[in-house]
Design a protein around this ligand. Structure first.
Ligand code: AR6
Length: 169
């Protein structure tokens, strides 16, 4: 099942929350900054041991002071006009995070809107890719539940619209 909610992912009770990170995995602004702030310094200490992550891939840490058990860190693609593999890379972020969550026995996984903030990925396009990829994964893993945690109303609207369209197909 996919649920789309308005909220702050650092407060979300899920087995795993996803961090829209950068390839250093050493923190940053946006949701990444908020997750590190709430999780506490132990998160950064564990991230230092991971030696970064490639765009479109994912790595897992504990959640420390967060309500979530795990944080799955994934660097999304920076939008550069769409001709640099952005779509495939964004799809790969969602797939990599969901596979890692399943491997660790997570039943509930919460995602932020990867790449649509500082990385400027167009929202409608990103929502379509995210929803399509999550739905395909859930067909093979019906026991899992995915929450899309949107930080603002415009983002939520785009994900709801993408879900409605996918369900109508
Ligand atoms: N809960 C849920 N969503 C949030 C929260 C929150 N607490 N805070 C922000 N968002 P962004 P990106 C939303 O910029 O585009 C960092 O510096 C935000 O409104 O966080 O993938 C990293 O280190 C937007 O809808 O991530 C990278 O360098 C969405 O999360 C870079 O930013 C993603 O926005 C990654 O950029």
């Amino acid at each position: 099942m996919i649920q789309i909610i308005l909220g702050d992912i650092t407060k979300t009770r899920a087995d795993a929350i996803v961090n829209a990170a950068n390839t250093s995995l050493l923190g940053g602004g946006g949701v990444d900054g908020a997750i590190h702030r709430e999780a506490g310094p132990e998160l950064l200490a564990e991230c230092r041991l991971l030696h970064g992550c490639r765009t479109g891939q994912a790595k897992l840490t504990k959640g420390y002071r967060l309500p979530a058990k795990y944080v799955i860190h994934t660097p999304g693609p920076v939008w550069n006009g769409g001709g640099r593999g952005e779509e495939e890379l964004l799809k790969s972020c969602y797939e990599s995070c969901l596979s890692l969550a399943a491997e660790h026995g997570c039943k509930t996984v919460a995602f932020p809107s990867i790449s649509t903030g500082i990385y400027r990925f167009p929202l409608a396009e990103a929502a379509r890719i995210a929803i399509g990829t999550i739905r395909a994964f859930l067909e093979a893993h019906p026991e899992m539940e995915v929450l899309m945690v949107c930080f603002d109303g415009a983002t939520k609207k785009h994900y709801e619209e993408a879900l409605k369209r996918a369900q109508a197909e």
